[in-house]
Design a binder for this molecule. Structure first.
Ligand SMILES: *Cc1c(COP(=O)(O)O)cnc(C)c1O
Length: 432
């Protein structure tokens, strides 16, 4: 790398940062002078959150105690916070409920999605008593829709849970590469579980097109938004997604283990038959009746008592999105990942790394994944030098770009330190 090209890239980074409308957001976060490129695994802490959580613990719990279920809005927090996430994923209010882990929500969505697919029209049902009213329509057992398609490249938990859901509902699991979903769809397909952005490669899948294909086959589309919500527009309502899940501790900065969310499109809510119909989803939870009558609306996706402390931590953390446009976030994310790739190209000797993240904007999430033969020692040294990304074994270096708090100078520095580290780690084909 020549010194002039380095100076030119640094210069450009400073200009891009100066012109970045999202740059002031960085001040809202607890960060040090390193470069944090792991917000796609654990988002950074917004600085105002600890005081808010202290209030939850000392005043709401410590002083109000049981009164807080009403007076502090604890009881309705899952739906209220769901409505705060809704605009970030293109959903109208009343369709998202927060609670449980992503894994648990995948279970609810895939099983309930299978039950929806069993219905002749997928239309509304009458829940007048029993938990499940399958009045007609072919069931999995009599040769109807007996297949659950799952992204074969998925984050493993999605595949594990989908396989169990298939066993429970008498179906078979069909792992498919997202590029081959179209060919695998058919009259036997009940549910298709896909990732919006692949956690490893950062590839963005075609949610509008794939959802339309799934619907054309008469099946239910379930999307996992873990690596897209908070990083790019999702438009769930516009594209008529049926069910969706996502976590909140990545791009939504909800904190370690913060609760996930479940989206059930309004048109499916009346027929949504949860496989975990806990008392929190009952129409009259305090009636304590032996019979289960599901509540209407997004509440039906609840299970048991919400994890209030984590949930209200997330609630506070979501304040950083006030007044932020998802379109601006997407524009910056693409500019950042473009710029990082350009700096890597300029600084890193040829052959040491290759990007597995698509170059086309339409296929790129908000991370850059670089294949590198020495990924493990390289990432260790990067972290020692303050550039924090992560490793996806065996050979992928993953760098997440969270537009609310990562800037262009960070991208330039990360690429420069990567080149310096690679010079110290000889590699299989040592650079001349
Ligand atoms: C992060 C992530 C999860 C996490 O699931 P948890 O139950 O919250 O641990 C699931 N699926 C995908 C695609 C993810 O990226």
């Amino acid at each position: 790398m020549s010194e002039t090209s380095r100076d030119a890239l640094r210069e450009r980074a400073l200009k891009l940062d100066a012109a970045d409308p999202l740059a002031p957001q960085r001040e809202l976060f607890a960060l040090d002078d390193g470069v944090y490129l792991d917000g796609n695994s654990l988002g950074a802490l917004p600085l105002h959150v600890p005081d808010r959580v202290r209030d939850v613990l000392t005043r709401q719990w410590g002083e109000l105690r049981i009164r807080s279920w009403d007076e502090s809005g604890w009881w309705t927090a899952p739906e209220r916070i769901g409505d705060r996430i809704a605009p970030l994923v293109g959903a109208a209010a009343g369709q998202i409920v927060v609670g449980d882990s992503t894994s648990v929500n995948i279970f609810k969505a895939v099983v309930a999605g299978s039950r929806l697919a069993d219905r002749p029209d997928g239309g509304p049902s009458v829940h007048d008593g029993g938990p499940s009213v399958h009045d007609g329509g072919p069931s999995a057992r009599d040769g109807g829709r007996d297949e659950i398609l799952v992204d074969a490249t998925t984050f493993p938990t999605d595949g594990y849970i989908a396989a169990s859901a298939a066993r429970l509902t008498g179906r078979r699991i069909v792992p498919v590469d997202p590029a081959e979903v179209r060919a695998a769809l058919g009259p036997r397909t009940a549910v298709v579980l896909l990732n919006h952005v692949d956690y490893r490669s950062g590839r963005l899948h075609d949610l509008p097109g794939l959802t339309a294909d799934v619907h054309a086959a008469g099946a239910i589309a379930v999307w996992d938004l873990c690596h897209s919500a908070g990083a790019l527009p999702v438009a769930l309502d516009e594209h008529q997604v049926d069910l969706a899940v996502g976590c909140t501790y990545k791009y939504l900065n909800g904190g370690p283990g913060s609760p996930a969310y479940l989206y059930v499109a309004q048109r499916h809510q009346a027929a949504f038959d949860s496989p975990l119909p806990g008392w929190n989803s009952h129409a009259d939870p305090f009636g304590m009746t032996p019979d289960y009558t599901p509540a209407d609306g997004s509440v039906r996706g609840r299970v048991g008592t919400p994890d209030i402390v984590s949930m209200l931590t997330l609630d506070a953390a979501l304040d950083v999105w006030d007044g932020v446009s998802v379109a601006a976030v997407r524009a910056k994310s693409l500019a950042l990942t473009d710029f990082f790739l350009e700096c890597v190209e300029a600084y890193v000797p040829p052959g040491r790394v290759s990007s597995v993240t698509p170059a086309a904007h339409a296929e790129r999430g908000s991370q850059v994944a670089l294949r590198c033969a020495d990924a493990e020692p390289v990432m260790r040294r990067l972290i020692e030098r303050g550039v924090v990304g992560d490793l996806r074994r065996p050979d992928v270096l993953r760098f997440g770009f969270t537009p609310l708090y990562v800037g262009f100078a960070d991208a330039e520095r990360a690429a420069r330190v990567l080149a310096e580290v690679l010079a110290d780690v000889p590699g299989e084909n040592p650079a001349a």
